[in-house]
Structures are given as C-alpha cells and as structure tokens.
Design a protein around this ligand. Structure first.
Ligand code: FES
Length: 155
C-alpha cells in the first residue's frame, strides 16, 4: 500500500519520509530526498523493490526478514523499516564508521547525530551519506549530484 498521508499521521522516525509501504508484518519508509539510487534495494530483492512500477515497494513480495535485511544495506538512510510482527528492529551500531566512496560521498554508519548552527538537530540516524563534492542541493547530504558533475577524487 502506498500511503500519501501527511507526515504527522505516519508516526515515523524521520520527518522527511514521503512514502510508506506496509502490511501487517513490516512498514517500509522512503525519503526520496535522500535516495541517490545506489540500487542495493532492487539488486537485493528485485521482486520487492521495483523502481519502474508504482507503488515501487511491494512488501508482500518478500518476507519481513528479507526486506529488513535489504533495507539496512541502504547507505543513505533513504529507506528504513519498522517490524510490526515482533521481529527485530534495526540495531544501533556500537561504533561509528565513515567510508569514503570513490568519486562520491562519505557513508556514515553508527549512532550518527548531525547538528547545524545553534545546535539545531538536522538528523539522527544509523545510516547517512554526506556530500563531499560540494554540489548537492540537499547539503549536508549527498543527493547524487556527484554523478552529474563527474566528481573525480582519483582514489
Ligand atoms: S558527494 Fe554526492 S552530491 Fe556531493
């Protein structure tokens, strides 16, 4: 089910969520502003994540276990899930790591808390992609613009 409800009515963790897909076992939340089309989702579960169709997340086409596992491979935090069947929620990692992507963003994993001027909380998440090319229209997050500008880090 694709839910077009307002943010407030969705009871979700992040305010940027624009789509919710759910059945009785799992809810999948998608924040398109953070999606850089890395593709781990549709490569991991092609029957569930189908970018060419609407709704593009078919939660009945896979087990809640598999969907949760694949959602956690999303490096930008655009996808999150909530188990509604008593299954394990996404664990908060003990350590925080920063992975430098060749010609791309910084992938952070862990207990990430990003604050702006005046200690304004921008985001708290377990998975974040930060722009390092300088061309994102959604700073400090990567929005995939590094592809457009052919960002070249040489490493
Ligand atoms: S690194 Fe992706 S938009 Fe800058």
């Amino acid at each position: 089910m694709e839910n077009e409800s307002s943010e407030e009515s969705l009871g979700r963790k992040h305010p940027g969520v624009e789509r919710e897909y759910r059945n009785s076992e799992i809810a999948v939340y998608w924040e398109p502003k953070l999606c850089t089309h890395v593709g781990n989702c549709f490569r991991g579960l092609p029957l569930v994540f189908q970018p060419q169709v609407r709704p593009w997340v078919l939660v009945n086409a896979g087990s809640a276990e598999d969907i949760a596992r694949v959602v956690m491979t999303c490096p930008t935090g655009a996808l999150h899930f909530e188990r509604l069947d008593g299954g394990e929620q996404e664990p908060e990692p003990d350590e925080t790591t920063v992975k430098v992507q060749v010609n791309g963003p910084l992938y952070l994993r862990g207990k990430v808390r990003i604050v702006g001027p005046g200690n304004h909380l921008i985001r708290e998440d377990t998975r974040v992609a930060l722009c390092r090319c300088g061309h994102s229209n959604n700073k400090p997050f990567c929005d995939g613009s590094h592809f457009r500008v052919k960002f070249d880090t040489q490493v």
